[in-house]
Write a protein that binds this ligand. Structure first.
Ligand code: SF4
Ligand code: SF4
Length: 548
């Protein structure tokens, strides 16, 4: 069956400026380019364009699939907002003459495909990532959950001749994380997508291995959120060189994107505050004095109603002309915008002062100490990292301006967040990560407690026994006995961490499970004599209890 549609778009520019091109293979003939569907539900469908007519040749596809293809997949579902390009002559020229006819595809029936292709495109040539995508597109999320990174690496190498490498670890971690959030769902991504776009962005960014660019690609091409503009070097370079945005704007910062809504419109509806970079960027766009603390994504959203559509124009232009060639320079001699390019006259960006934003940002003086993500605690409990990050910021937001400037406050917020969430973090590991003493944390806690009206209870030894179970892979019977022993001695030993260590040590000994005292003490940052002494005290008081 053949269908012809009169369409005010360029099929090639639309597909190549989005992730829709991953679902099709292009075949060039001397007369035309044919796009052949490679992934569900478009397998075998052929698309070509002759001037203003897009022709679809289908092989028994249902009407629903054809409607999806005609409307959503080639971007006819939306009308471009021409006001966005009318504000700048350069942008108008790009949109009408240099890379004309771009629309934004909305591939809502291929959500996983879009996320997968965006993930595979990280630091990879488009030709490789498209080949890897086609080798993996047939697997459902459930099937991918059963495959290991090495299996997937071998699979991509066998199918395409080159392994997708570290991306396969990213992929399996992401899939597992999705199923951890929605264990019973057949398609956890669909479940996640039931929320509004600003909230969805924050949730996506809290999944493993997803950064702002991949999430914005997903929001734009899978959800059709035209306010989302994925920012990469192409977009940044072109917008600066062609004077579409002022030079010196910062790139999106993942730690901000994970905890803040990137828009001023009704953030309270999502229970999250607006990113402080949004206001800072608006100020900079007005006065252009100091670009510190700004963000190019916020500038795109501030300036354009359909920032995602404008980004597609800048991206395609950047790829065709402004991307660095193997010699390391853009192809300026063939660039149609050469006379408007500001590249050689842009002054180096000078930041006149450092802006302190209301944000949780650990200030670590010496990089020798592990940073926030490297805390041993998060290696054992990776699933809580995002939640702890958000809780820490909440605490930080509740304390006064003066206290926020103090050196030890970041580490204390993190420690306090873990304790309030009943997580078995060690004060010593937080202190080490932030180059401070544990007494500094306790001192800062006293001040925060006053100001933010927060109070933590004595920790439960069972939590630390659980931590030892994860770290040392202890069997259930040892853990049950250790919990019983800890419970019986709780009133006699005030330190819950050493009580947990001694209880596990005694339980293992009684059940003939071999475990070294050194391993227990190391895991909980205790000395071996401490563990022995507490264990001795526990035995004595047990005997005493039995006698009475
Ligand atoms: S303004 Fe920038 S840093 Fe802040 S949430 Fe938006 S993209 Fe992220
Ligand atoms: S002249 Fe060169 S640097 Fe300037 S926009 Fe064109 S390709 Fe890019």
């Amino acid at each position: 069956m053949k269908i012809a549609i009169e369409a005010d778009l360029s099929l090639e520019n639309t597909l190549l400026s989005s992730f829709a091109c991953y679902l099709f293979r292009e075949t060039k003939t001397p007369r035309e380019t044919i796009w052949i569907g490679q992934a569900y539900p478009f397998e075998g469908v052929r698309l070509r364009q002759t001037e203003g007519i897009v022709e679809i040749e289908s092989q028994g596809h249902s009407q629903t699939v054809l409607d999806y293809l005609k409307e959503d997949a080639i971007g006819l579902w939306h009308e471009p907002n021409l006001e966005d390009v009318e504000s700048s002559k350069t942008l108008q020229e790009l949109a009408q003459r240099i890379v004309p006819g771009i629309r934004v595809p909305r591939l809502h029936r291929n959500k996983w495909h879009i996320l997968l292709s965006a993930l595979l495109s990280i630091h990879a040539k488009v030709s490789y990532s498209r080949a890897w995508f086609l080798s993996l597109a047939k697997y459902s999320l459930r099937e991918l959950q059963t495959m290991s990174p090495s299996e997937l690496r071998d699979h991509t190498r066998n199918m395409t001749g080159i392994s997708a490498g570290f991306r396969m670890r990213y992929l399996t971690e992401l899939v597992n994380d999705l199923f951890e959030k929605y264990p019973d769902a057949e398609d956890p991504l669909e479940e996640l997508c039931k929320r509004p776009a600003p909230e969805l962005r924050v949730q996506l960014l809290q999944l493993r291995n997803l950064g702002p660019k991949v999430c914005d690609c997903f929001l734009l091409n899978a959800i059709g959120d035209l306010s989302s503009s994925p920012i990469d070097v192409h977009v940044r370079r072109v917008s600066e060189y062609l004077g579409i945005l002022p030079a010196g704007l910062g790139m999106p910062v993942p730690s901000y994107c994970r905890g803040y809504v990137c828009s001023k419109d009704g953030p309270e509806a999502y229970g999250l505050p607006t990113c402080p970079r949004v206001d800072r960027t608006a100020e900079y766009l007005e006065e252009k004095l100091d670009s510190s603390g700004t963000c190019i994504r916020a500038a795109m959203t501030h300036k354009f109603k359909q920032a995602g559509w404008v980004q597609a124009i800048l991206f395609l232009f950047g790829q065709r002309f402004c991307a660095r060639t193997p010699r390391g320079e853009p192809d300026c001699s063939n660039c149609p915008m050469g006379d408007k390019c500001l590249r050689d006259v842009l002054p180096p960006v000078v930041q006149t002062h450092r802006v302190r934003l209301r944000i949780f940002r650990p200030r670590v003086v010496t990089p020798k100490a592990p940073q926030f993500p490297e805390l041993p605690f998060f290696q054992l409990y990776p699933e809580v990292k995002g939640a702890v990050d958000i809780k820490s910021r909440e605490i930080f937001d509740r304390i006064g301006q003066k206290l926020r400037g103090e050196k030890n406050i970041m580490g204390t917020c993190l420690w306090l967040a873990c304790r309030l969430m009943r997580l078995p973090v060690l004060i010593d590991e937080v202190a080490l990560a932030y180059s401070m003493n544990s007494s500094d944390i306790l001192r800062s806690y006293e001040q925060i407690r006053e100001q933010a009206n927060l109070r933590i209870d004595l920790a439960d030894p069972k939590l630390y026994i659980g931590r030892l179970q994860r770290a040392l892979k202890l069997p259930e019977n040892v853990i049950s006995l250790a919990n019983l022993l800890a419970n019986a001695s709780r009133g006699r030993c005030l330190n819950p961490v050493s009580l947990a260590a001694a209880s596990v040590f005694l339980a293992a000994r009684r059940l003939d499970f071999h475990i070294r005292q050194e391993d227990i003490s190391k895991q909980l940052s205790l000395t071996q004599p401490t563990v022995r002494n507490v264990a001795k005290k526990m035995v004595i008081s047990e005997k005493h209890r039995n006698r009475t």
